[in-house]
Design a protein. Structure first.
Length: 565
């Protein structure tokens, strides 16, 4: 009921006349009685917690890194702070020749560099974890379809192409079970299945679409690298032995536009600065590989000082963001909600053993198909095709000899790095890594010479800089929806004109695992997720992880183990 205050008309203002007045009362109800259950609704704390968890976009990621490497290359140097601190090899002979050979000690490779007091530079404790390596969080944000790629077999370049053109192959005509086959040997896993199709860069009688008849060529583990087309009697030189070309995967040739895969190189954007990650050594934990130490007797050292030298270490580390990261609004390279981030580890090499520059860049980059048994020309110091665009800085010191030492400069937030060579199929809504991205470091041969003659294409170490953490998982099932339900569709869905439907893969909720045991269930506390990933970071010596020649007898096969294992 409304409350009214009635003021007599004669009191409204001075001299106001008295008149008759009336108030109209409405019979419409303006309120209702509150029922019991409306006043005592039970709140589910578990539901509130889950609602907050599913909508939260804030993360504090932690990576556990198991660092595995093999200190492989023996060298010599005339720079005394280095020469006096090697892990010596055949020191008795060095006493006679005066040429001291050995390995750089473990602290030139490890994530944590202790204060060794070798008089090389002024050590600062706060930089202990960043003298040798740099650590960043990155995410794939864009595709480079026109990135130029190169495949070398030792001294010659066999093929160069743009990423969008597909995967290179070489042809070999074979016979299996009495059937004549055209065998396509690929430089990387092809991702094909039997009865799918390929679009070739080669054309036979106005056609370049062919069906996959079988996989493999009879050699062990060849299926991922070799696909075969049934030879129905093709003539001419189109499918002659050693012909090279490129192919793209096709699911349905009658719907070529939508079911043909796209090929590109991912680009990563840096989302933290160097000081934004906290690196700590895991207490009381070592990996399974032994640490190698030896005692250097003063009688057979160049400076007559006894000491213990160490060749390798077996430490593991934790790397955690120093603050919460809000990924609201972040999109991946397919314009989907961000589901993966990466711990990107890049060599810095401040001590100056590595990164002799050419054109201002010392670090090398390539893909797994560039790793061959023998060092090939792709990795040559003066081949700009393999240069990683991270500039170097330098300093010069004199001690027994004058040397210039180079190191890679720090990255900053929003810098861009290259990543894996990938395939994406709109119809399947799936991304596949074709060939992982690698970086390579070489010894600066003017500082530490590892061969009898100074070589611009010396052996070095490879590593994969990008180490994945999954924040959320896309479903293994493709959802479809008609235009009538457009309001319920995710913004990243793909519209198939042939099916007249939208296609997409849902993101699983936190805590849900499908029948393939795919999903994530990270701790959630104080409005932040705390995801965790354990990764293995390997520094791989030259020749341990390689592909055979594109035109060779064998196909490219990645070995199960390498020299680190």
């Amino acid at each position: 009921m409304n409350n009214f205050t009635i003021i007599p008309s004669g009191l409204k203002y001075k001299g106001a006349p008295s008149v008759d007045e009336r108030v109209t009362i409405s019979l419409n109800q303006q309120s209702q009685q509150i029922t019991e259950y409306d006043r005592s609704v039970t709140i589910s704390l578990a539901q509130v917690y889950d609602d907050e968890r599913q909508t939260c976009t804030v993360f504090r990621p932690t990576f556990k890194v198991n660092y595995i490497y093999d200190n492989t290359y023996v060298g010599t140097t005339t720079y005394l702070p280095f020469q006096y601190n090697l892990y010596y090899v055949n020191a008795e002979n060095s006493m006679v020749t005066g040429i001291w050979k050995g390995y750089p000690q473990y602290y030139e490779f490890d994530f944590f560099r202790p204060d060794v007091n070798n008089q090389h530079f002024n050590y600062k404790s706060k930089s202990a974890y960043t003298y040798n390596w740099m650590y960043y969080l990155t995410y794939p944000f864009e595709n480079d379809y026109t990135k130029k790629l190169y495949y070398y077999s030792n001294t010659t370049r066999d093929i160069d192409w743009e990423a969008q053109e597909g995967i290179p192959f070489t042809i070999e005509n074979i016979e299996i079970n009495g059937n004549g086959l055209i065998s396509f040997k690929c430089i990387a896993p092809h991702g094909l299945s039997v009865d799918e199709y390929v679009e070739l860069s080669l054309t036979y009688r106005n056609s370049n679409i062919f069906q996959v008849y079988s996989l493999g060529n009879g050699l062990f583990d060849s299926d991922p690298y070799v696909f075969n087309v049934f030879n129905i009697g093709y003539t001419g030189n189109t499918f002659a032995d050693n012909v090279t070309g490129l192919f793209k995967r096709v699911i349905n040739p009658d719907n070529l536009l939508e079911t043909k895969s796209k090929y590109y190189v991912r680009k990563h954007k840096v989302i933290t600065n160097l000081e934004d990650l906290i690196v700590t050594k895991n207490g009381f934990e070592k990996n399974v590989f032994n640490e190698k130490k030896q005692f250097e007797y003063s009688s057979i050292t160049p400076n007559q000082v006894s000491r213990i030298s160490q060749k390798t270490s077996s430490n593991s580390y934790n790397m955690t963001s120093a603050y919460d990261l809000d990924f609201a609004g972040y999109k991946d390279n397919q314009m989907r909600p961000l589901s993966e981030i990466y711990l990107t580890i890049i060599n810095k090499g401040y001590a100056g053993y590595f990164n002799e520059p050419s054109g201002g860049f010392g670090l090398k980059q390539g893909w797994e198909f560039n790793l061959t048994k023998e060092v090939n020309q792709y990795w040559d110091l003066f081949n700009n095709e393999s240069s990683c665009q991270i500039p170097v800085s330098s300093y010069t010191l004199t001690s027994g000899a004058t040397k210039t030492f180079y190191y890679n400069q720090n990255l900053v937030k929003d810098d861009v790095l290259y990543g894996d060579f990938c395939e994406w199929n709109d119809y399947e809504q799936l991304e596949r890594v074709i060939s992982p991205y690698y970086q390579k470091i070489n010894y600066n041969q003017t500082v530490f010479q590892t061969s009898d003659f100074v070589d611009t294409n010396s052996k070095g170490f490879y590593y994969e800089p990008h180490n994945k953490m999954t924040l959320k998982v896309f479903s293994d099932y493709i959802e479809t929806g008609n235009v009538d339900f457009i309001e319920q569709l995710p913004e990243y869905s793909y519209y198939s004109e042939s099916d007249q439907q939208f296609r997409w893969r849902d993101l699983y909720t936190y805590g849900f695992f499908d029948n393939l045991d795919r999903g994530v269930d990270y701790p959630f506390l104080n409005t932040s997720h705390y995801p965790f990933a354990e990764v293995v970071f390997r520094l791989i010596p030259e020749g341990s992880n390689y592909n055979e020649s594109l035109n060779g007898v064998d196909i490219p096969i990645k070995p199960f183990i390498d020299d680190c294992e």
